[in-house]
Design a protein around this ligand. Structure first.
Ligand code: ZN
Length: 376
């Protein structure tokens, strides 16, 4: 404020919250150009990866094109983190080059949070989680046009006991109603699987239910996707409370309309739920197979789930076992020789940042009793 027009001063400012800026700042003549910096597209990601990997010793096989294509939605910071984590992983394995497998591990960690192998789940909890995640994954696999399943795991990560990770094929900017309806069914896959197989309801699905309800509400109130209401916007949900702005949420419809809106949201939610139920009931065989494989292996890739659904048996886990043995051997060695390099991962990339638990070395199964480890 207070600049004379002839002073030749250029004012540059950046914000992550353009939604809460004072309208006075946004008037013509204040900031004449607005440059939006979105998350990078595939070409941007390749260049960013190029910058961050400049100093890393990459193996020949590492293809930045493939990495860029496999990381839609990653921000520049995420990509930097990915490169760091991959390098840490390679060092942990005692390699002097960073391979594609290191990047794969790093991607899981950046996407799904750090594994918390120190949490010990009872067999009952494990079974529930396995069926829950198998339900999500199977529904996603059975509906064409949903994002491909990247990985399913029942190893606790971050706040979750298990995770089904989907990765979009492309950068998405726009979502169709069909896509959202499919996603609703996918959200309920977990709860429905628990219900059908174990005949119980657990609190594990609360996050799914929350997300599904919120999505259904937006479909009706913001995106005009309800046939009944048509393209109308109800309630300015996106507005943030800021200084002088109204503190109470603004409601621009009658109580009767509110009831109708609730009924319409309910319809979207119910449809998704019923669809998940039908799909899982018809494919109970696959559900059992995936859940059992999860209990045995803890993590499954999208390809492995395809194999199970086709009735194939999975190839033995030879390679992973040997990598884990190598990691274990490396750790034993460094403990013996008092290596000061931390073997457990540092807090880098711990997205949740709330639990600073020492990460146990990768091992096939969490042991019931673990010898206390010294802080490195
Ligand atoms: Zn779930």
């Amino acid at each position: 404020d207070g600049f004379e027009s002839n002073e030749g001063v250029i004012l540059i400012a950046a914000t992550n919250r353009p939604d809460v800026l004072d309208p006075a700042l946004l008037r013509p003549g204040r900031f004449d150009r607005q440059v939006v910096v979105p998350t990078p597209d595939v070409r941007g990601r390749k260049r960013i990866l190029g910058v961050h990997t400049r100093k890393s010793p990459l193996a020949e096989e590492v293809d930045l094109d493939v990495l860029a294509r496999g990381t839609p939605g990653f921000s520049g910071a995420d990509l930097e983190n990915l490169v760091n984590e991959a390098a840490l992983h390679a060092a942990k394995m005692g390699k002097d080059h960073v391979n594609m497998t290191d990047f794969e591990e790093a991607k899981d960690k950046v996407l799904m949070g750090k594994e918390r192998r120190s949490i010990i789940l009872s067999d009952e909890e494990k079974k529930t989680t396995a069926y829950h995640e198998a339900g999500h994954a199977l529904v996603a696999k059975l509906i064409p046009g949903t994002d491909p399943v990247h990985k399913v795991t029942i190893i606790p990560r971050g706040m979750a006991l298990g995770l089904t990770q989907q990765l979009p094929v492309d950068d998405r900017h726009n979502y169709s109603r069909t896509y959202l309806e499919n996603t609703l069914a996918m959200f309920f896959g977990g709860r429905v699987a628990e219900e059908l197989v174990l005949n119980q309801l657990t609190t594990g699905a609360s996050n799914d239910i929350q997300r599904a309800t919120k999505m259904a509400r937006n479909m009706v109130c913001q995106w005009g996707m309800s046939d009944k209401f048509g393209p109308m916007s109800y309630g300015d949900d996106g507005q943030q409370v800021f200084l002088g702005r109204d503190f109470m949420q603004h409601k621009d419809y009658s109580d009767d309309t509110a009831r109708l809106i609730d009924a319409e949201i309910r319809r979207f939610v119910d449809d998704g739920y019923q669809r998940a139920k039908k799909l899982l009931t018809e494919n109970m065989d696959s559900l059992h197979k995936i859940a059992e494989a999860l209990l045995e292996r803890e993590s499954l890739s999208g390809t492995e789930i395809d194999l199970l659904m086709q009735g194939e048996t999975l190839p033995p886990q030879v390679e992973e076992g040997s990598v884990r043995r190598a990691a274990k051997a490396y750790e034993d060695m460094s403990r013996k020789f008092g290596d000061t390099h931390p073997v457990a991962d540092s807090a880098v990339g711990d997205a949740t940042g709330e639990f600073k638990l020492e990460e146990a070395p990768p091992e096939p199964k969490p042991l019931a009793k673990k010898p206390p480890r010294d802080e490195e």
